[in-house]
Design a protein around this ligand. Structure first.
Ligand SMILES: Nc1ncnc2c1ncn2[C@@H]1O[C@H](COP(=O)(O)OP(=O)(O)OP(=O)(O)O)[C@@H](O)[C@H]1O
Length: 254
């Protein structure tokens, strides 16, 4: 379980960027974090990842304070081309976290093959990332994040750079892995539709300084479909509610 307790942050002597963030993500829940540009989403994720030490409050993962990058943390960022090592094969990229855990070569290769199969990339292990499409590279990044069997998966706009069809395929892949593997996920997105489609719960962060404006359960069937789910009245109502929280009346900019 992830627990964020009264977290606040400012960079140096600058203005506060986050204030009094209180958020718990129970095991097995996929929480989407949505909010306008600059409201502090990435800063919050960096604090949770142990990359930035918050000025106030604290983060715990399974009861342990996060004061460095936790061992069992998976991360997937938007920029897949810079997160994979081009000189390593796909298999070696995926098995990197396992090497850090001290697993032998044969076990690492076995696990990497299993993870690649799970993300629909069986048989690509001997290729290099640059031989794959953008969507395939992001699947490799996901396989690598899952290889460490993370207690928490952090995703920062993971599908933002992909074309619409590939993005939908990867949303559905994430939903399946979450459903079948009980993954605990904190997923940052700009996209209100995506926040509702993939989330069990949507948390809206508002700026000035960043704070939780809304925390909404997603009461949609766990097995989702890009066309049928998005057409449900529950989906459109929640999307509107999230939209109003992201952009309260009178704050829209031309
Ligand atoms: N390293 C840094 N030093 C100083 N200020 C920073 C730093 N990183 C972010 N900020 C500031 O903190 C605020 C929040 O930035 P952050 O990147 O966390 O927001 P965000 O919601 O993730 O934005 P976006 O959606 O555009 O990525 C912004 O005003 C930004 O300028």
């Amino acid at each position: 379980m992830l627990h964020i307790d009264h977290l606040g942050h400012r960079y140096g002597v600058g203005p506060p960027v986050l204030a009094d963030i209180q958020l718990t993500v129970p095991d097995g829940q996929l929480v989407t974090l949505v909010g306008p540009s600059g409201c502090g989403k990435s800063t919050l994720l960096r604090c949770v990842a142990g990359l930035t030490r918050p000025a106030e409050g604290r983060v715990t993962l399974d009861g342990e304070p996060v004061d460095r990058v936790p061992d069992r943390l998976g991360v997937v960022f938007q920029d897949y081309s810079r997160s994979l090592f081009p000189w390593l094969t796909v298999r070696d990229n995926v098995s990197l976290p396992l090497r850090r855990q001290g697993l032998g070569r044969a076990r690492r290769h076995e696990e990497a093959a299993l993870m690649l199969e799970q993300v629909g990339l069986a048989g690509t292990g001997k290729q290099h990332p640059w031989q794959l499409s953008g969507g395939m590279q992001q699947r490799v990044a996901l396989a690598r994040a899952l290889a460490a069997r993370p207690a928490l998966l952090l995703m920062d706009e993971p599908f933002g750079a992909l074309d619409a069809q590939t993005r939908e395929d990867l949303e559905d892949l994430l939903l399946r892995l979450h459903r079948e593997g009980g993954l605990t996920v904190l997923f940052v997105t700009h996209d209100i539709d995506e926040s509702v489609y993939v989330g069990d719960r949507v948390v809206v962060l508002a700026p000035g300084p960043g704070h939780v404006r809304a925390d909404l359960p997603v009461e949609l069937p766990p097995v989702r479909d890009q066309i049928a789910t998005r057409a449900l009245p529950e989906f459109t109502e929640l999307r509107a509610e999230v939209g109003r929280a992201v952009r309260p009346a009178g704050t829209a900019t031309p």
